[in-house]
Design a protein around this ligand. Structure first.
Ligand code: FA5
Length: 349
């Protein structure tokens, strides 16, 4: 190979190298091009071999031609490597980019328990009627839960509301409140009449669990104390409340004589069945009526216990269970479902 042939072999090699490098899409393709155009069997290597047979005058020019070829091919490969690395980095960055518009795996939104929802709804109704929300402790003493409510130690009404008593050292024996009625006493002990309060909360009884009885349940209590209050005020308040509760002006209320030691006279409160409109169905046990709770005019002995003058003040009170109310409203037939925490039940309401 003479100088001219060596030069044209290098020119052809450079052309081929340019086309191979420019169409390379992977870094690996460039490694291969480097081997092919600069390695042992490359045009550069063949030209170097040919240089050995050239004259001393021709060798420097041939050496420069090989050097120029090597530099050109190396520059082509380096430039293309830069391009391919840039593309790879951009692709990597794109892969890691957070697309905030993509939907996530989805997280279920929680909501308040059905009993809490109902409690708040009732509070709102009573606040709308001019009442204030009052609270009392779930751990009570005998005085507030029983005695001040005209239920002395040996009274049979105690056994109907049996509960858990706890003796804390030498301190007075305490108990888990059996109803929300002690909040009546606590409110009257600390406030002067007139009083219009509503007291929701958790209550406890020594009950055998069945579909409608739970040892832990919720009640809501209403107490009004003012001058000249009569049973007509009690009935009218309950009627206004029940109509709002069921969002139905045709719901009827029924009062039947009952007994509570802290009200006199006392009555059991029932509403006409909202499912069958009083015709009789499974929910109302085919009676047409659903029992809600108890009510009555505050017994004068209760006023004496809290230091009010029963000649000056009259009052009415009523209370009922929130679980039973929810069961009536939504046709729930098992009270346990409120505390089992089955997500299917919780999500439904
Ligand atoms: C009372 O607890 C009275 N304190 C209500 C009252 C207040 C009367 C003010 C007069 C004046 P009773 O024991 O009937 O009454 O309970 C009232 C309501 O609580 C019942 O109608 C029922 O809805 C609910 N209840 C009672 N025991 C349970 C129980 N074990 N599980 C679920 N709900 C219950």
């Amino acid at each position: 190979m003479n100088l001219a042939e060596a030069q044209s072999a290098l020119d052809a090699g450079l052309l081929e190298a340019r086309s191979a490098v420019e169409t390379a899409t992977l870094i690996d393709d460039l490694e291969e091009a480097s081997r092919q155009f600069l390695g042992k069997r490359s045009p550069a290597s063949a030209a170097n071999e040919a240089i050995k047979g050239l004259s001393a005058e021709e060798r420097p020019a041939a050496g420069q031609a090989v050097g120029a070829y090597r530099a050109a091919v190396t520059e082509l490969i380096d430039a293309r490597r830069g391009v391919l690395q840039g593309v790879a980095e951009a692709a990597g960055a794109e892969g890691e980019r957070l697309d905030l518009t993509l939907g996530g795996h989805g997280r279920m939104r929680g909501h308040l328990h059905l009993i809490t929802q109902i409690q708040r709804e009732l509070e709102d109704i009573f606040v709308g009627l001019g009442y204030r929300v009052a609270e009392g402790p779930e751990v009570e003493d005998d005085w507030h839960n029983f005695e001040a409510l005209n239920i002395p130690p040996a009274h049979p009404a105690r056994s109907m509301q049996d509960t858990i008593y706890v003796q804390l050292g030498n301190e007075e024996q305490v108990l888990l409140r059996t109803h929300t009625s002690p909040v009546q006493i606590r409110t009257m002990e600390t406030h002067e009449p007139p009083i219009y309060v509503v007291a929701p909360g958790r209550t406890y009884r020594n009950e055998t669990l069945d579909a409608r009885h739970s040892p832990v349940f919720h009640q809501i209590e209403c107490l009004a104390v003012d001058r000249n209050l009569t049973m007509a005020d009690l009935f009218g308040t309950i009627e206004a409340f029940v109509r709002q509760l069921f969002n139905n002006d045709s719901v009827r209320t029924r009062f039947r004589s009952d007994f509570f030691p802290y009200t006199e006279p006392s009555a059991e409160l029932a509403v006409s069945c909202v499912f069958c409109h009083g015709n009789g169905c499974r929910v109302c046990s085919h009676t047409g009526w659903i029992e809600l709770g108890g009510c009555g005019m505050v017994d004068p002995n209760v006023f004496v216990a809290v230091g009010y003058d029963p000649e000056e003040w009259q009052g009415f009170a009523f209370g009922f269970g929130l679980e039973r109310l929810a069961m009536i409203r939504y046709g729930i037939d098992e009270i346990r479902t409120f505390v089992e925490n089955d997500v299917r039940f919780l999500a439904r309401y």
